[in-house]
Design a protein around this ligand. Sequence first.
Ligand SMILES: [Fe+2]
Length: 326
Amino acid sequence: MLNNRPHASVSPSAMGVTSASPVITYVSDEQRARMLAFQSFKFKHSLAPKNLMPLDKVKDLTREMLAQKRFSQIYSRIGAQELAPQNVFDALTALEALHPTDTWVRLQDVDAVLPEFRDVVEQFYADLSELFQRNIKAEVLRPFVTIFVSSPGETTPYHIDHTWNFLLQLSGSKTVHLFDPTDPNVLQPNDQEDWYCRRRGVVQQPGTTGIAYRLDPGEGVHHPVNAPHWVQNYDEVSVSLSLGLCRHDSTRKAKIHQTNWLLRKAGLKPKPPGHSPRGDQIKALIMESMSNRHPKNFDETLYSGFNRILSPARFLKRVAERSRPS
Ligand SMILES: [Fe+2]
């Protein structure tokens, strides 16, 4: 069983992972109980011991992504200023400054650039399937493999994500504060609908607290789908690998939220997802029939159907506004 394995030894390959080397190496009994209930849980992983993503290697990866013109996969900012992808090296340099800077770099879909990450994902699917005793890959549309690099003391504000996330700490340390998305005090009734339809961020409700998971290199934490969280770095540059799995069931639920939002705009009062299996089926079908069959990215996965429905409505609204007498 995975939870009895010691840390796997790291091979000489670039990422230090082979098909015989589990990524998830240990889950305690207490955390395993949380895992089986689909709650947040902490685990140990095998990707950190050889410092496999030092800043030099992050720079090499970034250089390669720029050479391949993968600009949409590169995001960086210093303070509040978002940088153009071509200027990402300004942020990578700022990360090495003696005094902490509020700097953040995100490299998305890195598995498209480094094949080693594809091996990590395949092994991760195998590990999860063993842990959950189910074929996890069959439950997932696609993975989103992301490297996060951030400066000492950096704070990531409270937010939610669509993906089923596993955050693996590679170097530096941070604390992830994770909240229970099934707690009605944490997520208000329309929070998810607003997030999926109006892209409106969630707000931490007074009196709610999350679980604080300190992550040192070699440790990881599972984020349930839509679990609100915020993150605090310690006093070193932090490098983390995020394996975000886009689950079929959560994407279907997102589309039910989107249909509900449209019905609400039409003056109706639809039931939230999970209250009517037949109703959910029809709502999901409506949105799925309008969505791209083979989405190329996250936005198309979630929004292609919704945007397609909204486009004519927005066009008609613009025409009506223009023809209105001034
Ligand atoms: Fe997040």
